[in-house]
Design a protein around this ligand. Sequence first.
Ligand code: ADP
Length: 250
Amino acid sequence: STQKQFLLAAEGVNKTFSGFKAITDLNFYLDRGELRTVIGPNGAGKTTFLDLITGRTKPDAGKIEFEGTHDVTRMNEYQIYRLGIGRKFQTPTVYTDHSVWENLLLSLEGSRGVWSSLFHRPSSTERDRMDEILKIINLTNQRDWKAGALAHGQKQWLEIGMLLAQNAKLLLVDEPAAGMTDIETHKTGELLLSLAGEHTIVVIEHDMVFVRQIAAGRKVTVLHQGSVLCEGGVDEVQNNERVLDVYLGR
Ligand code: ADP
């Protein structure tokens, strides 16, 4: 087929919560390897959109195709996870009583269940991959620490590492720099930029300094009232009249 295949294509998606339209005729297309930042005021529908992609919420209408073949709106959360869609919530959800290494192991073997995975002896290939991930997320020296002992920023990075261990093709990352220091925020940006290309990433973000760091030369999507208000380069969207109206309340 000569038709372009997107990694993710959402078309005509609608979601109403007891009469309130959270998502309205949303169309969203994502190429493989993109690092796409999604911005938008509170209540714009960003979280709901991620909930729809991961199967946490079902739409009233529309479809969300992954890799051109799977309509995730017809699948459950577990099936979607197995397809290779990973999500990182704003607040880190690591296993605090387990080591950094075990947290990665749990994600690697996530599909086999927590208990069996703790008894799973990783193959040498799996161990190499976990070592590689520890390097990527800069936690090699904290490998045997309990995750609960990590600094806030390090927990966020561990969670990104868990998405890598899961081997997610699409990483959905909700406000990865929330609660971080400026230095941690900048490091998080560098981490995401280093993963782009090899991985496809959607980042929801408010902090415009951070957005400018990760979105330079890339496409940004602005959501408003459950639809795409505009898409384009970061300067383009920041100077867009409709975006200014929404953010500045003009
Ligand atoms: P954002 O993440 O952009 O701030 P959300 O997706 O959280 O926006 O919310 C979009 C709108 O949908 C908000 O007005 C919110 O109150 C509403 N909403 C989200 N989830 C629910 C729900 N489970 N029940 C009722 N209303 C909801």
